[in-house]
Design a protein around this ligand. Structure first.
Ligand code: ADP
Length: 622
């Protein structure tokens, strides 16, 4: 989204002037050449001997002689219609015209215009070429100069009135955030009201939320609602290779903003510069500190009358330097959560508003399926659906395109071209059937939404579980069922092909399972022996910090963590084995159905798996 800065506008005027001059010169040259060549251009060329013969025979009324050029007016004509040229230095009589021929001879002084224009052209063209060349060179040099001089200038983009305005209404959902930000709009609109009561206008508001939840949109909407300019810059744009550039960009940005007050500065990804300071190692680190310091200095420097509010976005508020969050700086925090079902529907409606859809499209159903998706993901689904429909030459988007778009965004496009031999196909079918059966049978797992053995994204096949409704929390039982169903694929391979018949097909399942198990122990305090303790390692520092700093727990605890993770995985494997062995005939049945149909929807899976049972030993609770 390219905005305009005032500097750009000036440059624009200069460019227009230069372009105008260029064309003026071209037109002038064109006219000059035309004028030089044109006077006789519409006359018919005839041979001199012919002219002399016809003049002697009395067929010509008048001959105008100008230098060596002859213009001939035949009898019965009023204007010359023909032209000819005589030999230089000789008269027309010497060319054979009879002295007594009945023709009017009119000798005109030699014309100057053609020659003057020609000589003008000859002298001007090289000059013009040289001038254009120099102008071009100077512009190049100036450009470089500008770049060198403008290095410390901020690259903030200004969204002025010309840019499409965004208001709160354009943003679906996010009601809490909008409510919080409404206050900021009011500050910007009526600063007096607050000042009269001695209230200090907040200087910084931190927008915290996952990527794509609409933080940028909200910040723009605040500016739109308040009708003030909006400067936008990303945290990473402050940081260049050279020390001091970031700080100077901050200074420039704030001085620009102050000139345009009241206004909003939006710093996206503030964590790029605002991470906790400390180790002071490495040039990049120093640079970040300087930049951060400068932001703090600038924000402290706002006096009561500076009506500039800084909005900053991050998805990692926990890694920010505490100095940024102190009162008087980013002391207000607006949390933007992932949209809930009704908000997702509203967002989908916004993005499908201008896209023709037919009656099969059910946005509520799609909203139900997309738990955990951000606004940007939903916008992406809407766009994909339109692209797919266009590629299929449809006039309207149908449910088919919607489903395809959703699956494509969620797990990647189908890779029908991927080659799988029959054995691999069969193995994939058993693998996916393993996931599906374990997930279907275990009581705390989400239901199976779809199973397919068509390769998608980077996987050989997919078994897809979807929660029937939005959930905010996950309990231990649910985690354990997720682990068991993740192991279901590998266990199925083991049952069918033996212990050494296993393949790399389960690679990503195992990685995911290990990640979940570690998360349960380290982050969620769900370990058996390590219950209710959190072993958080990430303090937001750079890679270097992580290597030099000690872990916040002892080596013994590290061992315990490893043991607990291993226990969780082992338990998951055992439960998957129990379920699959108890339902062995269903494994064959489902794999067969998959080999036949390749993709099975929820209802078909339910039908095939009706009659499966949960073995007592795999139960975790009554
Ligand atoms: P962030 O800054 O949080 O990463 P953006 O504000 O850039 O996210 O949002 C990215 C895109 O997602 C927007 O351009 C918009 O199309 C879409 N989007 C996100 N949230 C919403 C919403 N609540 N309503 C409508 N569109 C949204």
């Amino acid at each position: 989204m390219a905005g305009k800065t005032p500097k750009n506008t000036k440059k624009g005027v200069g460019q227009v002037a230069r372009l105008g001059l260029f064309w003026a010169i071209i037109v002038f040259l064109g006219l000059a050449v035309y004028a030089a060549l044109s006077p006789n251009s519409n006359l018919k060329n005839v041979a001199l001997t012919d002219v002399v013969r016809r003049a002697n025979a009395g067929e010509i009324a008048k001959i105008d002689i100008q230098g060596n050029d002859l213009k001939i007016t035949p009898k019965g004509q009023k204007q010359p219609t023909e032209k000819s040229v005589k030999e230089s230095g000789s008269t027309i009589y010497e060319q054979g015209l009879n002295k007594d021929a009945k023709v009017e001879i009119n000798v005109l002084p030699p014309s100057q215009t053609g020659e003057v224009l020609w000589s003008l052209t000859v002298t001007i063209v090289p000059v013009v070429i040289i001038v254009i060349f120099f102008m071009f060179m100077m512009r190049q040099a100036q450009g470089q100069n500008n770049q060198a001089m403008g290095f410390g200038k901020s690259k903030a983009r200004l969204y002025g009135e010309d840019k499409e305005k965004i208001v709160f209404e354009d943003i679906a959902g996010n009601d809490n955030a909008k409510q919080d930000l409404q206050e900021v709009v009011d500050f910007l609109k009526h600063p007096k009201k607050y000042k009269e009561l001695g209230a200090k206008i907040p200087k910084g508001v931190l927008l915290v939320g996952n990527p794509g939840t609409g933080k940028t949109m909200l910040a723009r909407a605040v500016a739109g609602e308040a009708g003030v300019p909006f400067f936008s810059i990303s945290g990473s744009e402050f940081v260049e290779m050279f020390v001091g550039v970031g700080a100077s960009r901050v200074r420039d940005l704030f001085s620009k903003a102050k000139k345009n007050a009241p206004c909003i500065i939006f710093i996206d990804e503030i964590d790029a510069v605002g991470r906790k300071r400390g180790s002071g190692m490495g040039g990049g680190h120093d640079e970040r500190e300087q930049t951060l310091n400068q932001i703090l200095v600038e924000m402290d420097g706002f006096d009561g009358d500076t009506n500039v509010i800084v909005l900053a976005a991050t998805n990692r508020a926990d890694v920010l330097d505490p100095a940024l969050l102190r009162p008087g700086r980013f002391d207000r925090r607006v949390t933007i959560t992932l949209p809930e079902r009704k908000d997702r529907e509203a967002i989908l409606k916004v993005h499908f508003k201008k896209k023709p859809t037919d009656e099969t499209v059910d946005l509520d159903k799609l909203a139900a399926k997309t738990a955990g998706s951000s606004g940007a993901d939903l916008a992406n689904i809407a766009n994909e659906a339109a692209i797919i429909a266009a590629r299929r030459n449809k006039k309207k988007i149908t449910n088919e395109e919607l489903t395809e778009a959703f699956e494509r965004v969620a797990i990647g496009p189908e890779r029908k071209a991927k080659v799988m031999n029959d054995h691999e196909k069969e193995l994939t079918a058993y693998h996916e059937a393993g996931h599906a059966i374990v997930g279907h049978v275990l009581p705390d797992s989400d239901p199976v939404h779809k199973v397919t053995i068509i390769p998608r994204g980077g996987t050989g096949g997919v078994t897809w579980f979807l929660p029937p409704e939005d959930k905010s929390y996950t309990n231990v039982y649910e985690f354990k069922d997720i682990l068991a169903r993740a192991m279901g694929g590998r266990i199925a391979e083991q049952i069918i092909y033996g212990d050494d018949g296993i393949t790399t097909g389960a690679g990503s399942d195992l990685r995911k399972a290990t990640e979940i198990a570690r998360d349960m122990i380290i982050e969620q305090g769900m370990g058996k022996g390590l219950r209710d303790q959190v072993f958080h390692e990430d303090n937001g520092g750079l890679m270097f910090d992580k290597m030099t700093r000690e872990r916040p727990y002892s080596d013994e605890t590290a061992k315990l963590i490893d043991q607990e993770v291993s226990q969780l995985i082992t338990e998951a494997k055992q439960r998957a084995m129990l379920v699959l062995k108890a339902n062995r005939p269903f494994l064959d049945k489902l794999a067969e159905a998959l080999l036949k149909d390749e993709t099975l929807e929820e209802a078909a899976v339910d039908e095939i798996l009706s009659g499966t049972k949960l073995p007592k030993e795999a139960k975790l609770h009554a």
